[in-house]
Design a protein around this ligand. Structure first.
Ligand code: NDP
Ligand code: OXD
Length: 310
């Protein structure tokens, strides 16, 4: 008999997951049918489950997060004690994020927002282009996604530095570690790429104190999570010119409420949490491989540590 996985996905893509899992002899069950199948469910693939739901599955053995981030699984009653949680780590998700980061760094580096404004006003005004190797992109969070983005920016000849909790080895990228080295990292960073997970330690980390340490006129790109950023501090930094422009994919409140000043801010570009999306066709094998490992009693890969928060 095939193993059963309960699926609560973002977007409405159950049939895609079902088709992909069938190829691996795994039976997918839609979230809404949980009650009829709760005894047989061994695995759950979830995005933002309701509190208490996973605890109602008596034979649940592993939880898979649809996303790379597991902050949606942190909170009272969300994950039953002792059940391992596996993050989404797969090449297509990484490639999507690399595209989003490279696109936005290049967009700012090549002054595209300025030329778009000029075009709207029929202004022909060439500006001297700076070289990539004279400019520094700083990646806050040099993990799976941050390291891949850093490597891609290096290939484009940017000077790239990264900041993380522990030291990283990414070819050609200087690794800064912990609170003591955050200041020196920020002083060098013209393009601040935020790819940290949302945890107790990182909540609100992009605040006035941090932003003031960037060189004046720096750019901010947030694809990590909205609550990493204190909105009023970023807006003030934008209004003062301390931050020249921001590309924001994630927000404190999603969907972004109509009254948010970000919507109409001339220096802000918004995308609706789509920097990179988990696709069933490329991701199901990551889940299936781990289920196979679990069946064989092998250690799971890409386990999250919920006590640490990522
Ligand atoms: P990883 O866990 O691989 O990387 C996280 C990085 O953050 C690590 O380098 C880690 O350091 C660092 N970090 C965590 N806490 C701290 C801290 N307190 N101080 C300094 N560094 C810290 O995650 P991923 O790269 O896979 O994903 C990152 C985030 O991207 C996800 O959590 C999610 O929020 C977001 N995301 C957004 C998407 C979107 O579409 N907008 C899509 C996918 C992901 P160390 O390794 O040393 O512990
Ligand atoms: C993720 C996300 O965490 O989509 O993968 O935000």
């Amino acid at each position: 008999m095939s193993d059963v996985i309960l699926v609560k996905s973002d977007f409405d893509r159950f049939s895609e997951w079902e088709d992909e899992f069938r190829k691996h002899d795994i039976q997918a069950i839609p979230w809404d049918d949980m009650a009829q199948h709760c005894e047989t469910v061994k695995y759950a693939l979830v995005w933002q489950p309701e509190p208490g739901a996973l605890a109602s599955l008596p034979n649940l053995e592993v939880i898979f997060s649809v996303g790379a981030g597991v902050d949606h699984l942190k909170g009272e009653g969300l994950v039953p004690a002792g059940i391992p949680v596996v993050r989404m780590v797969e090449d297509s998700l990484t490639a999507g994020m690399v595209e989003y980061i490279v696109y936005n760094v290049l967009r700012f580096h090549r002054e595209m927002p300025v030329y778009e404004r000029d075009q709207a006003n029929q202004i022909w005004k060439p500006r001297v282009q700076q070289s990539a190797w004279g400019r520094t992109a700083g990646i806050l969070g040099l993990g799976v996604l941050g390291s891949a983005a850093a490597a891609a920016l290096r290939r484009l000849k940017f000077n790239v530095i990264g900041w993380s909790r522990t030291e990283k080895q990414v070819r050609g990228v200087t690794s800064y570690v912990g609170q003591n080295q955050l200041g020196i990292f920020l002083q060098k960073t013209e393009f601040l790429v935020i790819l940290l997970p949302l945890t107790d330690a990182t909540h609100g980390i992009v605040n006035q104190t941090l932003l003031q340490q960037l060189p004046r006129g720096a750019f901010v790109i947030n694809a990590g999570r909205g609550p990493l950023v204190r909105d009023q501090d970023l807006l003030a930094a934008l209004d003062q010119g301390q931050v020249a422009a921001a590309a924001l994919d994630v927000f404190n409140q999603e969907p972004l409420p109509p009254q948010s000043p970000y919507w109409k801010h001339p220096a802000v570009t918004i995308t609706p949490h789509v920097a990179s999306i988990t696709l069933p066709v490329t991701s199901a094998h990551h889940v299936a491989d781990n289920i196979q490992r679990h069946r064989e009693g092998k250690p799971l890969t890409h386990l999250a540590d919920l006590s640490r928060g990522y």
